[in-house]
Write a protein that binds this ligand. Structure first.
Ligand code: FES
Length: 148
């Protein structure tokens, strides 16, 4: 895993560097760690409050700790009809977390998403943006075991 200081330093001279840095940090860690916010503020010569303001302005950036794997359950109508609610309950039970939470080992975060354009194989979940098709409560443990 790359060091957050190296990531920030590599964006120092770019136009809009702090946004680029936050993007890269999010890509690496799935969120922007607190110490990285502090470092970004120092490197880009702004206050920590300003850095926090930038990081929280964009909905695709997160300053909350998130897991290594982000599971997103599609909640749009076709997946809903195909049993998304039951699957969501099964995921919550399997991982002992609710939507928006991260497992205590830092492995999984559970979120919701709108349609990801794969309605031919509902219900659909994504894990780190990779879509998985026709996921049912029965096959869920097997699906997740590949990431444990
Ligand atoms: S509704 Fe779930 S992928 Fe389209």
């Amino acid at each position: 895993m790359a060091d957050y200081k190296d990531i920030i330093a590599s964006c120092k001279d770019q136009k809009g560097g702090i946004i680029e840095a936050f993007h890269a940090l999010q890509q690496e860690f799935n969120y922007i760690p607190r110490e990285a916010l502090t470092e970004a503020a120092r490197v880009f010569g702004i206050s920590e409050a300003q850095a926090y303001g930038v990081a929280t302005f964009y909905s695709y950036l997160s300053v909350e700790k998130r897991g290594k794997y982000i599971i997103r359950m599609c909640e749009s109508a076709p997946c809903h009809v195909a049993g998304a609610d039951e699957l969501l309950k099964a995921i919550e039970k399997e991982l002992s977390i609710k939507v928006g939470e991260t497992t205590s080992d830092g492995k999984f975060t559970l979120e919701l998403t709108e349609c990801v354009g794969q309605c031919q194989a509902t219900p659909v979940i994504t894990i780190n943006s990779e879509p998985l098709f026709n996921v049912t409560a029965e096959v869920l443990p097997q699906v997740l075991s590949a990431y444990k």
